[in-house]
Design a protein around this ligand. Structure first.
Ligand SMILES: [Fe+2]
Length: 446
């Protein structure tokens, strides 16, 4: 059974995947001490309790409301919990904990929604095939993947909570930040001129979000790309050489942002007695020099300028990760086999990164390590629609609200990305001044 599935599954598989996704997000809320559930770990976003309601309100509004044309589960809560916040340039939310309903009410709403949806989906409540106003498998994939994406965004939100506000999972194993052997040294890998196939064909066997359509080819000139992601150790050199104070490395808006926010190092680093430390999800450790550095797009771009290099475009990333010297393109960097833990740091096996190059079985045909897993990878490509884009009628704002020139495409996966999101066409996007995401990068020379 698999959260790996990206093919169109049968109904029973979809329901099992929905149940599995629910257990992942429910376990995540159990990582928060009950007196911290009304905290706002990221000031631009909602309080944690919002998301307990949101995951269920989203499913209700999508499945019962849009797809089956049923009435509300709860008129007030369906609306209150409908939408998150994308923090671009707006003011910060000003609500207080007492503006939100008590936890017992939110949980009771959540249980009610799950119970009725399960009855509808399992046939315990009669729903005729013809009652579905949109294809049922697409609707269920949207619900499942929406929840799994929140499993990741919630994790990086909870990452910002101090450790005494969190509960360590019972099966938690302390991070292994010790270096095994000499640190990986990135070399530049030559990628010959060729074609990158972006997107996915409409009407095919694979579920995709609206922004993944349609499939099209992009010619890519020859370039070289680093075999490994930029590490904390390499980024430390940029900092020691004054990178955050050198105007030349920063775009105008990026410079204004780091100066206005007094940003002088990656978000998860902190200094103690003149030594750099790293805030992992559940512990604080000396800075692991061979882990990929997680930074905003602004910081990644500054490093690339410092190094005399660039961030890859989305098409260059595709060539490096999925292309082959023979000209065939593969489903995954390692080939067409389904993802497993030997191929990369993804699918919830770890809470934090591992040393770059730790999963050679996931190496791409051209020799790029960790392209999928161990941190999303920034590209220089602005998030724009593929040719032939059409918004989903039941979720028109999913992508279209972000085609504003203020978001950049990220590819690959982080340790907390579900396996079903590893398909080649999947695109993530973030705004450039958002330092909390699990996003890494590597550079190219054109
Ligand atoms: Fe959402």
């Amino acid at each position: 059974m698999s959260s790996l599935a990206t093919q169109l599954d049968n109904q029973a598989q979809l329901l099992a995947r929905l149940a599995q996704a629910r257990s992942i997000t429910e376990d995540l809320f159990r990582r928060v001490r009950s007196d911290a559930l009304y905290d706002r770990p990221i000031r631009e976003r909602h309080r944690i309790v919002f998301y307990i309601g949101h995951l269920e309100a989203f499913d209700w509004n999508l499945i019962a409301g849009q797809a089956l044309g049923l009435g509300p589960a709860d008129t007030e809560f369906d609306r209150l919990f409908a939408f998150g916040i994308d923090p671009v340039g707006g003011g910060l939310p000003q609500d207080t904990p007492s503006d939100w309903p008590p936890l017992a009410q939110v949980e009771s709403y959540a249980h009610h929604v799950q119970r009725v949806l399960d009855d509808l989906l399992s046939g315990r409540l009669r729903v005729a095939e013809s009652d579905w106003q949109f294809p049922q498998d697409a609707i269920l994939n949207v619900a499942i993947e929406h929840r799994l994406m929140h499993a990741e965004t919630l994790t990086y939100m909870l990452h910002q909570l101090s450790s005494e506000r969190k509960m360590v999972p019972q099966d938690y194993r302390s991070v292994d930040s010790t270096q095994h052997g000499p640190p990986a040294v990135a070399r530049m890998v030559v990628i010959p001129e060729g074609t990158a196939t972006l997107g996915v064909p409409r009407g095919g066997e694979t579920f995709g979000w609206d922004n993944e359509f349609e499939e099209h080819s992009v010619p890519v000139q020859a370039f070289t790309i680093a075999s490994h992601k930029v590490t904390n150790g390499e980024f430390l050199r940029f900092m020691r050489e004054g990178g955050y104070d050198d105007r030349r490395f920063w775009g105008d808006e990026d410079w204004d942002w780091i100066k206005a926010q007094n940003i002088t190092h990656p978000n998860l680093w902190f200094m103690l007695q003149n030594q750099w430390f790293y805030r992992a999800m559940f512990e604080e450790i000396p800075l692991p020099l061979d882990w990929p550095v997680y930074v905003s797009h602004a910081e990644a771009s500054a490093y690339a300028r410092f190094a005399g290099e660039s961030l890859p475009t989305e098409a260059q990333f595709h060539r490096a990760a999925y292309g082959t010297p023979e000209g065939v393109e593969q489903a995954y960097p390692w080939g067409d086999a389904a993802p497993d833990a030997t191929r990369g740091n993804f699918a919830f096996h770890h809470w934090d990164p591992v040393a770059v190059g730790s999963t050679p079985a996931g190496r791409s045909a051209f020799g790029a390590e960790d392209t999928v897993g161990n941190g999303w990878e920034w590209t220089s490509t602005t998030f724009v629609p593929h040719p032939g884009f059409e918004p989903f009628p039941y979720y028109p704002g999913y992508s279209a609200d972000f085609f504003d020139g203020q978001h950049f495409v990220a590819k690959g996966a982080s340790p907390r990305t579900a396996a079903c999101l590893l398909r080649r066409s999947f695109r993530n996007w973030f705004q450039p001044h958002y330092p909390y995401v699990y996003a890494s990068f590597r550079c190219v020379q054109n």
